[in-house]
Design a protein around this ligand. Structure first.
Ligand code: GLC
Length: 460
């Protein structure tokens, strides 16, 4: 038996032992994916507040974003030819991790397999992967996992539930022009997914989170679309327990834009901070789970050669602070270039963010934002007996606060001191039963900074 076959067999045995036949969502053994390990992981996840998203795959070579296969109706037979030329000579996991850590990011989430179906890891479940199908022949996920382990930074895996190339995937509303055959075979497809997830959770050390995407591919189906049926349709009742049984502390997130389902441990918001819906995708509310907003640095997830619409450093800081101020993490995307290096414009902004976080990170990492709602002038984070008022200068200008801001916070704790975070200059304040006024020095509105921070210290 070839080595690959032995590995396949081992994977199958592992699947049998840990998989669906033994555990279902109804079993007592599976308590909604909530266990002590998960609670610990959720806490650790919340404290991180800032992560980097990486969208990388064959599509980077075309330079038109990760949806190019669907958007250009590229044939499922032609698209894989990209793999034959995939040789990212400048890929260096150590370099990536160094840049992300310097940026102040505390975790990394990478596309292990996107909608085009290409696996960026060494998998026995399909030859369409970076090791078997490309001249590069190196396990990118493996190298990144090794580097993350060395550098002590958490690694999360994005995993697409939909596939534009496989004939067995039950077709949804996207990828209809890629010419896949009509022979859908859901059971085969979901077994393939389970094999891959088993590999991802057994070969690469601790996985912080499995980040699913693609659920919405079937949101126009005319089948009986209750939450229960949709749950079973996607086999979450089998897949979620599988994950938690392989790694009991691995978080599960799903970018379905709906209220979280049983077994999910974080709630994801795509291109919007929780509570806003500018992209128009969110149909759910805000749950008690740890929250995460994912956002692009320019307008694209995967590398797009014409996309120079990078957000400014100030805009990115404001976004990071706005997510923290809504009790959420920011997962900020980078789309590596076809050679494996990171775009210069992204690197520049990452290093500016890192510098900012060096001095201001205390007001972001490990904080919560549950005491005061976002205000017309900015947001409020807090930790122990400290509270940070993040005032956005451009918003302050239109907030008509007449030199003072109001914080609707009722508490028995008395304020001990108020000061400008950057200079420690003391500020005047008045604390009433209903809330707090902080008086700002003249000229704050015109400061050329992304975030003017006031620190309040309370008596314990
Ligand atoms: C969307 C897109 C996808 C991207 C993801 C990131 O769901 O389908 O290309 O990976 O958002 O949030």
């Amino acid at each position: 038996m070839k080595r690959a076959n032995i590995r396949q067999l081992l994977t199958a045995v592992l699947l049998l032992l840990t998989g669906t036949s033994m555990v279902t969502a109804q079993d007592n053994a599976y308590t909604n994916g909530q266990n002590e390990q998960i609670i610990k992981s959720q806490q650790a996840f919340r404290e991180k507040r800032f992560g980097i998203f990486i969208h990388w795959g064959l599509y980077s070579m075309v330079g038109q974003g990760e949806w190019v296969m669907q958007n250009q109706n590229i044939s499922y037979q032609e698209y894989p030819k990209l793999a034959q030329a995939f040789y990212p000579a400048n890929f260096d996991a150590a370099e990536w991790v160094r840049s992300f850590k310097q940026a102040g990011a505390k975790y990394i989430c990478i596309t292990t397999r996107h909608h085009d179906g290409f696996s960026l890891f060494d998998t026995d479940a399909s030859d369409y992967n970076v090791v078997d199908a490309t001249p590069f022949g190196r396990d990118i996920i493996g190298e990144l996992a090794e580097e993350c382990r060395k550098e002590g930074i958490a690694l999360h895996f994005y995993y697409s539930t939909l596939d534009w190339g496989r004939a067995d995937y039950p077709r949804g509303r996207t990828g209809r022009g890629t010419g896949r055959g009509p022979q859908e075979d859901p059971e085969n497809y979901f077994n393939f997914m389970k094999s891959q997830l088993t590999e991802l959770l057994t070969k690469y050390g601790d996985v912080g989170c499995i980040w699913f995407d693609g659920h919405w591919d079937h949101d126009e189906d005319t089948v009986d679309w209750t939450r229960d049926s949709v749950y079973r349709y996607w086999h979450y009742d089998e897949i979620y327990p599988l994950i938690h049984n392989l790694q009991s502390g691995c978080l599960i997130g799903n970018n379905h834009h709906l209220d979280p389902f049983e077994g999910e441990n974080i709630q994801i918001f795509e291109r919007d901070v929780p509570g806003q819906n500018t992209a128009g995708w969110h149909e759910g509310g805000i749950s008690d789970l740890p929250l995460e907003t994912c956002q692009t640095m320019n307008r694209s997830w995967g590398y797009r050669i014409t996309d120079n619409n990078y957000k400014s450093f100030h805009a990115l800081i404001k976004y990071l602070v706005s997510t923290a101020g809504r009790d959420a993490n920011l997962l900020l995307n980078v789309g590596p270039q076809p050679d494996g290096s990171l775009p210069e414009a992204a690197l520049e902004r990452l290093s500016q963010m890192g510098e900012w976080l060096q001095t201001n990170g205390e007001t972001i990492y490990g904080t919560r934002a549950t005491l005061v709602k976002p205000q017309p002038w900015g947001v409020v984070t807090h930790k122990e007996n400290k509270m940070w008022l993040h005032i956005f200068p451009d918003e302050l200008a239109s907030a008509q606060t007449e030199g003072k801001i109001y914080i609707p916070y009722t508490t028995d704790r008395k304020i001990k001191s108020a000061k400008v975070f950057s200079s420690s200059a003391p500020l005047k304040f008045k604390q009433y039963k209903e809330g707090i006024f902080v008086f700002l020095p003249k000229g704050v509105e015109t400061q050329n900074i992304p975030d003017y921070i006031v620190e309040l210290t309370f008596n314990k």
